[in-house]
Unconditional design. Sequence first.
Length: 342
Amino acid sequence: MRQKLQSLTREELLQWLDLHGEKPFRAHQILNWIYVRMADDFDQMSDLSKPFRQVLAEHFYIGRLAVAQEMVSADATRKFLFRLEDGHTVESVLIPERDHYTLCVSSQVGCAQGCRFCLTGQGGLIRNLTSSEIVGQVWEVRKHLVHPTYLTNLVFMGMGEPLANYNALVQAIQVLTNSDWGMKFATRRVTISTAGLAPRLLDLGRDTRVNPAISFNAVTDDMRSELMPINRKYPIEQLLDTCRRYPLVKGRKLTFEYILFQGLNDHPDQARKLAKLLAPLKAKINLIPFNPYPGSEFQRPSEERIQAFQAVLIAKHFTSVVRYSKGLDIMAACGQLRAQHS
Ligand code: SF4
């Protein structure tokens, strides 16, 4: 049976080439064709001999994710529903910014974390994505774009908890950021959002140079555990201790995300507490007004309330930006992704 070529690591490909009497530089050629020149057929690899291309095609195929559905929002956000080889689906969201695109990538089918405000979490975890399925989302979207180089930023804030699928995540990051044969994304433009898997967060800092973003959302353990069950395992103090020990790349800050829920965590006193908790860290805080969905138990705070919260943080010398999610009308905004079709 033929194997999906992208499921091999570079080291595995090198071993296979060695076994078949081929020189190691062939690995660079093949990977460059797939990830840089976006080839999806061995016959396009014109600097490989025809007999060698045939051998490759006998053993491997170049896998692609099928686009089951593409929706375009009124604000030009595009949501892609990808069908995986086993029939499950995941979503990726392409967000147009002023001068570039950001792609929100999924790391799991479903999610086991069960955050109360998140649609993805409500169906539980179905399975982890493989590294090639994670990379495949980026690859397909890049292939879709008229100006592929405009896609410069990746955020792992789609379906799933990326750090709960750690090995596949790190392998995918290697392919996405390798500047020789990979997809050449700058590590400073790749953000991994976590609900707070503290031990894995330190691993991420050790193994990669991408940016972590911690989904924080509450300033007391009681409330955070209510909103995010993972807090029972890794409570606020442990999470912050991990953040203090995180090996930050020079010149960067840790990002904290704070979803604002009306009447729950949006009081200026809570902003002051948040500032106090994060004061020992090099931190910036993204405020995300909650995006209600049909049947959601939470509401979005008023504009006044959002700005009052932000003003407290700015007065305490934090960089704090309000992130208004895009793609609300096509359920592509933060926390709205769900494998409705799986
Ligand atoms: Fe999982 Fe993230 Fe949703 Fe929490 S917010 S349930 S970690 S996908």
